[in-house]
Design a protein around this ligand. Structure first.
Ligand code: PCA
Length: 119
């Protein structure tokens, strides 16, 4: 079985945990359909209850095994909780995907929804 996952932080291309996406198929760059807030300490913490901006990331299709690896990495459901969201691919196609939200955000509020951007 495969699962679509929207990643917005260290799992993105070029970041520290991206190697965990090995074997995953990139569906494309994407943004969230809804607005959220992102706090950053060493890694980003997404908050679902605070509607500020669309969040940029990538959507991957992953296997059961990779999803379990990601759950362990993100310490779902204790530290991050995996929830369903709507994402919009750069192509314009809407997809439903899993996303890891922070249970207790830490750090400072990013002024925009792109962990790869400055600020
Ligand atoms: N890793 C997950 C959630 C936050 C993080 O740093 C991600 O990239 O989506």
């Amino acid at each position: 079985m495969s699962h679509a996952v929207f990643v917005y932080g260290t799992l993105r291309r070029g970041f520290s945990n991206h190697h965990c996406m090995r074997g995953a198929r990139l569906l494309g760059g994407a943004r969230t359909r809804e607005r959220y807030a992102m706090y950053v300490e060493d890694c980003p913490y997404l908050v679902q209850e605070e509607a500020r901006y669309h969040v940029m990331g990538e959507v991957y299709e992953v296997s059961d095994a990779v999803l379990l690896t990601l759950d362990a990495l993100e310490e779902h459901p204790r530290v991050y909780e995996r929830r369903r969201i709507q994402a919009v691919l750069d192509s314009g196609r809407a997809v439903e995907a899993w996303c890891y939200f922070a249970r207790a955000p830490r750090g400072r509020l990013l002024p925009h929804g792109d962990f790869a951007g400055e600020g």
